[in-house]
Each structure stands twice: as structure tokens, then as C-alpha cells.
Design a protein around this ligand. Structure first.
Ligand SMILES: [Zn+2]
Length: 399
């Protein structure tokens, strides 16, 4: 057993509780440290017990006379302060262990690099981080393949967005849409089925693949726009066609398997790049997770263009990632509009039927209405079925 004393209740809490990566916690300060603590405690073969000790307790007492926990705490404080007095930060920059107070290190997951512009040796990709493993699991990526993703470009895209769309984009990246499946799990709805196609369970993936007519036509338009963008950005034909067929295949409900090795060297190169994307997942294109390999291919293509260059690879990657992310956000928005429209039309029908039924019921009892309102009962059935819903609601209010 190892006993650890800490004057931070947060640290103790973090070490003992699971860290959920969510839209709220991901912005927390020191999220990486908390996550690391928990991770280390879990990995350790010893039983680690964390005990709280009040900060600065007995600061004015003789060190030797203090109980063990307070003595250790004070010694630690002194050591931590010496880091600053004995060694100026400039002297150990780049050498220091990650979690010293002189470095404000925050969430070290790639996610952090999306949201904040912290990039130094300390933040470099490291496998085995709990937050990252969780992301990898949610995104169905092997943790070791996370490094294939072009994080820098995704970060730039997310940073470029206005605050409100950034929030939406982050929710999209993390698949935090209120789909029927989720609402059903949260007991806020009875059915987990997609209300548009009524066949499949509606999870985030389904929203992007829903075979209902309304969604398919919307999605095709979006994807064709994406193709236009690729053309405008002078994308290599072969990259464009592969990318488009991959996306169309996925939204069509098919899975893409890795491309086999070929004898032709240039085909091999192409296959290798797209295999990176297959590893990351074609679905994750719609999260803005694009393989570095594909970007590298396009960069090579730009190098072959001899005419005056209109585009560059940074712009290309950002525009492509942004468009892919926008497609998902727009698809979700479109889905919500359709669902609400459907709900509204259901409400409308219910209102019309209810008004007609009420009229039928009241007709033989016209005496129950004030004489000035009795003419309202003379309405024909057509009025309830065909007139504007506003008039029907008005009728209901007046009766
Ligand atoms: Zn559907």
C-alpha cells in the first residue's frame, strides 16, 4: 500500500473518479493532469490511498514537531517553490517534467490541440492517455491510429469558427446529437427508431446515412457541393474520385475495406494514403478527421502544377475539413427541421380533428354557448379540413 497525501481535494477526487470526456469537462483546467492521475492509479500494482491534508497547516510550527502528513505537505511546498527560485523557467524549458507548475499544461489529448493553441514537446501525442483512449473508442479508431489524423488542420478549422458554430462543431465531432436512440436511452422518447425512415435505430451514424428520400436528396446535394469544392481547389482527379466514392459508399450503407497492395508503385502510394483513412474510418471524415496521407498526396499534386498557383495545401486541408464538418452539421440541422415539421403536421391534424369533433358534440347543445357565439356551430366539415390552421385554432379559442 502506498499512502499519498495531497492538499488538493480536486486531485484526490480526480484520482478516484472516472474522468468523463464531455463538452463540459473537456474545457476544465488541468483535465490532463486529472486524467493522468487516475490512469496512473489504475495502472499501479500497489494499492494507492489518497488522503487529504489541509493546505498550509502548521506553517508557523517547527517542522519536526508536525505530524507526518503535515510535515510531508510542507516539505513538498518548499520543494515546489524552489523550482522557481533555484532554476529560472528559461533554464529548463523543454527538459522539465510535464506537470510542474511553471508550465500551464492542460488537456493533453489531441482534442486539446483542437481547441487551444498549446503545442510544445509536452503536448505531443502520447498513446495510453485515458481521455484519448476514450475518444478512440467512441470514434471506433485503434488508439495507435490516432496519430494518422491531421489534428492541426482540424484545430485551425474549429478555431476559425464563431463561438456558436464552434460549439455545434465540437458537438458534431463528439457525436453529441440528441438522436432518437439517445433520447430513448434517456427516457425522453418512446422509440429509438428514426422518425424519417422508421426502419433503423437513429444514432449519429444513421443521421448521416438515413435512406429516407428527404435525407438522401439533401445529402447528395451536399456531397456534390463537396465535389465542386474539390474541383475548385484543384484537387488531383484521382484523390477527388477516391474520396468521393469512399464517402458515397459509406453514406450508402456500405463499408470500405482496405485497398490491396498493387504492383504499380503510384497506385500503391494512393492505396496506402487511403488505407490510412480506412483505418481512421470513413465515417470519421464527417467529424473532420482526415488522414495525413491524403493531404500529403494532394500536396505532391500541387507541386506538379506548373501554372501560377491559386491554392496551397494548408488552404486545401482546411477547406476540405471544414466542408466535411459542415456537411454533418447541416445534415443534422436538416434532420431536426424535418422531424419538427413532421411533428408540427401531426399536431395540425390533431387540432383539426379535435375541433371538428368538438363542433359535432356542441351542435345539439348550442344552448351551452352564449348566443353571440352560436353561429360558430354552423361550420361545415370542409372548414375544419381545408381552411387555414390559424382559422381552425381561432375557432377553437372562440368556442
Ligand atoms: Zn432514418
Amino acid at each position: 500500500m502506498i499512502q499519498v497525501f495531497s492538499d488538493s481535494k480536486n486531485a484526490i477526487k480526480a484520482a478516484n473518479e472516472f474522468v468523463f470526456v464531455s463538452i463540459a469537462t473537456i474545457f476544465e483546467n488541468d483535465g490532463d493532469i486529472k486524467s493522468e492521475l487516475r490512469w496512473q492509479k489504475q495502472l499501479s500494482k500497489f494499492n494507492i490511498i489518497m488522503t487529504h491534508v489541509k493546505a498550509h497547516q502548521g506553517d508557523d510550527t517547527d517542522l519536526q514537531k508536525l505530524p507526518l502528513d503535515q510535515r510531508l505537505n510542507r516539505m513538498m511546498d518548499t520543494l515546489a517553490k524552489r523550482t522557481f527560485t533555484d532554476y529560472p523557467p528559461s533554464s529548463f524549458r523543454g527538459l522539465v517534467a510535464p506537470f510542474l507548475a511553471s508550465n500551464k499544461v492542460s488537456i493533453r489529448s489531441p482534442y486539446n490541440r483542437i481547441v487551444y493553441d498549446i503545442k510544445n514537446k509536452l503536448n505531443e501525442y502520447k498513446i495510453g492517455h485515458e481521455a484519448e483512449l476514450l475518444l478512440a473508442r467512441n470514434w471506433k479508431i485503434e488508439a495507435s491510429d490516432l496519430s494518422l489524423i491531421s489534428w492541426d488542420n482540424l484545430k485551425s478549422v474549429v478555431k476559425m469558427l464563431k463561438k456558436k458554430s464552434r460549439y455545434k462543431a465540437v458537438k458534431t465531432v463528439h457525436g453529441q446529437w440528441h438522436t432518437a436512440s439517445r433520447m430513448c436511452k434517456w427516457k425522453q422518447s418512446d422509440s429509438h427508431l428514426c422518425s424519417l425512415c422508421k426502419i433503423h435505430e437513429e444514432d449519429c451514424d444513421h443521421v448521416l446515412r438515413c435512406p429516407s428520400e428527404e435525407m438522401t436528396s439533401f445529402r447528395t446535394t451536399q456531397l456534390l457541393e463537396f465535389r465542386e469544392l474539390l474541383e475548385k481547389m484543384e484537387t488531383s482527379t484521382i484523390v477527388r474520385n477516391r474520396l468521393m466514392s469512399m464517402l458515397f459508399q459509406w453514406v450508402g450503407g456500405f463499408s470500405t475495406t482496405e485497398f490491396a497492395a498493387s504492383e504499380n508503385q503510384s497506385v500503391n502510394k494512393l492505396n496506402a494514403a487511403f488505407n490510412e483513412q480506412v483505418k481512421i474510418g470513413v465515417r470519421n471524415c464527417f467529424r473532420g478527421l482526415l488522414a495525413k496521407g491524403i493531404i500529403a498526396l494532394q500536396e505532391e499534386h500541387y507541386a506538379t502544377i506548373t501554372a501560377k498557383k491559386k491554392n496551397n495545401i494548408e488552404r486545401w486541408s482546411r477547406q476540405v475539413i471544414q466542408k466535411l464538418l459542415t456537411i454533418s452539421m447541416e445534415t443534422w440541422r436538416h434532420r431536426c427541421e424535418l422531424v419538427h415539421e413532421k411533428e408540427a403536421s401531426v399536431i395540425e391534424t390533431t387540432t383539426r380533428t379535435a375541433a371538428y369533433d368538438l363542433c359535432m358534440k356542441l351542435k345539439p347543445r348550442s344552448w351551452s354557448l352564449p348566443s353571440a357565439s352560436r353561429h360558430l356551430l354552423d361550420r361545415e366539415k370542409d372548414f375544419f379540413v381545408k381552411s387555414k390552421i390559424r382559422d381552425v385554432s381561432g375557432w377553437l379559442r372562440r368556442v
